[in-house]
Ligand binder design. Structure first.
Ligand code: ADP
Ligand code: MG
Length: 591
């Protein structure tokens, strides 16, 4: 955080701490509502703003928790603190089930499905006898701390806001950690995550459950401060209000949740005072006013209020927290196979795209310590071949063996974890994340801290190891001095080199590079060649697609030439250069 940012944060905390001393009970009650709403919005900033999963059903999770605790405490006389555990269990299990059923849906189907379950759950509340149907549950016991009962707005205020503070701290820590970087990479697609050995579906599911649990804490607070629950505060309209909070505050930053919740409650209260003056049916018009507010925001202020404050719009969530400088042991490295041992064997690989045969019965092998080049005209099937080897695409037929294992049908992330790291012809980096964070993603499979440990900051030693490893790889490619800049600020050619650093952070046995030199200037190409030779000397094997013939011929030990999906020839560079078929198919057209 910047110095200015810390001062502002400290001022906000101090104001919040003193507020009940100067404000009346009505205003304190309003602030309590803001805190309860901001917890849900915090989950939505995380889910929608960071993870890219839009939920129109978040109020349902608030409701599940509120009803769970209300039911347990009213019918069984349990303490509200037991109610909290029960509410979180109910919310967590529901989110897990709903997530497993819907999170594989792509495109617009996922947000649509959230409307569906959001609607059905709130309808359910109104139709279950044990939950009091439409009249709800009343006489819910208040929260208590020891023997002190929190019945006044002022007393419960000092529970709600510390809980919000803790949740904020937790999510802030989480975002700047191993699982947080995976969450921030979700928008880059499942292939990006799988290429570093992560399971995008699991990351989405844990993210979804985390956001639901925040809604759950909110619901529990709601039930025990209002002391009454009924279906309507948990319906679709409420869900949209929560989403509006997140959007109005700014989906790009965690503080947006707080700002947005404040704004929505302020507008809502003013409308309740103003609208009845305008028309007799004014009470029903606030939905329309909110809809207009939503549209205006989407048209003119996508970054929300925080977007104006930071003037960076959708900036990165949270501030870069550097782990404290303490010496930690470096991440463990795997032992590389002895040079010359068989490493990769492709046998009869075939890939159909409908009627098109992109890869047609291609076989080749490579040994540890080699640099092998895959060349051929545009559209020859080279990138598709790479996708088959790395498990990014399933093969139509054929077999691939890596380190003596059959990986023909293995999922991409398993192949990555075996030690095959790749870069992409169409760069897959997170442009708003720093160079350091992008490279740190590469070490995902070598580290283990999960969401809970990261949120509670029990991950410091491991974060330090990841940081050191990422810096080591950035130094290796000569970009260490730009570690904290955004990856998107680099020229495209340099972004390709950054992808190599991310691949290296995985401690690979085999590097698979798709056109790494494209877009580089002459000296940069020379530096890249030098880097790749050094990597080979360190025992890393390299499979590379490259169009610059001068570059490839100087670099590789062997070449495999593809044309129209099939293998044309294979051999040392000089032999391939002299080959007639290659000259006419490829070099002739592109001297
Ligand atoms: P190269 O990398 O050698 O330029 P590609 O492997 O990208 O070639 O493409 C080989 C052929 O397969 C091209 O004709 C391309 O249009 C086609 N192709 C590649 N990917 C797909 C896909 N996902 N769906 C359909 N056709 C594809
Ligand atoms: Mg290609």
């Amino acid at each position: 955080m910047t110095r200015f940012g810390s001062v502002v944060a400290a001022a906000i905390v101090a104001l919040l701490a003193l507020a009940p001393l100067v404000l009346g009970s009505f205003a304190v009650g309003l602030l309590n509502d803001v805190g309860i709403g901001a917890l849900v919005a915090l989950g939505l900033v995380l889910l929608t703003g960071v993870g890219g999963l839009t939920s129109f059903g978040q109020a349902a999770f608030v409701g599940i928790a509120a009803y769970a605790s209300a039911w347990l405490t009213t019918t069984h006389g349990a303490s509200p603190w037991f109610g909290l555990l029960f509410a979180l269990a109910a919310t967590g299990v529901s989110a897990c089930l709903i997530g497993m059923l819907t999170l594989r849906l792509g495109g617009h189907f996922l947000p649509l499905s959230t409307i569906a379950w959001g609607l059905s759950i709130s309808l359910l509340f109104g139709n279950i006898d044990a939950l009091g149907r439409h009249s709800g549950l009343s006489n819910i016991p208040p929260l208590h701390l020891g023997t002190m009962s929190l019945t006044t707005p002022e007393s419960v205020y000092y529970l709600i806001w510390p809980i919000f503070g803790l949740a904020y701290w937790f999510i802030h820590n989480l975002l700047n950690s191993r699982p947080g970087r995976a969450v921030r990479s979700l928008r880059g697609g499942a292939t990006l995550l799988a290429s570093v050995g992560a399971d995008a579906f699991r990351v989405r599911l844990t993210l979804f459950v985390t956001a639901a649990l925040l809604a759950g804490i909110s619901g529990w607070l709601y039930a025990h401060t209002n002391r009454f629950v009924s279906p309507s505060p948990f319906d679709l309209r409420a869900s949209i209000e929560y989403l509006l909070m997140a959007v109005a505050g700014g989906l790009g930053q965690l503080a947006g949740a707080l700002v947005g919740a404040g704004l929505v409650f302020l507008v809502k209260n003013s409308l309740q005072d103003l609208l009845p003056l305008l028309s007799q049916r004014g009470g029903q018009l606030d939905g329309v006013a909110f809809a207009i507010l939503f549209l205006v925001l989407l048209q003119h202020a996508r970054g929300g209020m925080m977007g104006f404050v930071s003037r960076r719009g959708q900036g990165r969530p949270g501030a870069p927290t550097l782990p404290a400088r303490r010496p930690v042991p470096a991440l463990l490295r795997r032992s590389l196979p002895a040079p010359g041992t068989p490493l990769l064997a492709v046998a009869g690989a075939v890939k159909h795209f409908g009627g098109l045969v992109a890869v047609n019965d291609v076989s080749f092998a490579m040994r540890a310590g080699e640099i092998v080049g895959l060349i051929g005209p545009n559209g020859a099937g080279k990138s598709t071949m790479f996708n088959l080897i790395t498990g990014t695409l399933p093969m139509s037929a054929g077999q691939v063996e890596f380190l003596g294992r059959d990986i023909s049908t293995a999922p991409q992330r398993h192949i990555a974890r075996l030690g095959m790291a790749r870069t992409f012809q169409h760069v897959k980096l997170r442009p708003k994340m720093s160079l350091l964070d992008n490279v740190a993603c590469g070490a995902y499979a070598r580290t283990r801290c999960g969401m809970l440990a990261s949120g509670l900051r029990l991950n410091r030693a491991e974060e330090q190891q990841i940081h050191d490893e990422a810096m080591r790889q950035l130094t290796r490619i000569g970009l260490a001095d730009r570690a904290h800049e955004q990856a998107g600020s680099l020229p495209l050619g340099t972004q390709r080199i950054l992808e190599i650093a991310r691949a290296l952070a995985a401690d690979p046995v085999l590097l698979v590079l798709d056109e790494p030199a494209a877009g580089l200037r002459r000296q940069e190409k020379a530096a890249l060649g030098e880097l790749l030779r050094r990597l080979r000397a360190d025992g890393i094997s390299i499979l590379i697609v490259e169009h610059d013939m001068a570059f490839v011929m100087k670099l590789v030990d062997r070449l495999v030439v593809m044309n129209f999906g099939a293998k044309l020839v294979e051999g040392p560079p000089a032999e391939v250069r002299a080959n007639r078929a290659v000259q006419s198919a490829y070099l002739g057209a592109n001297p």
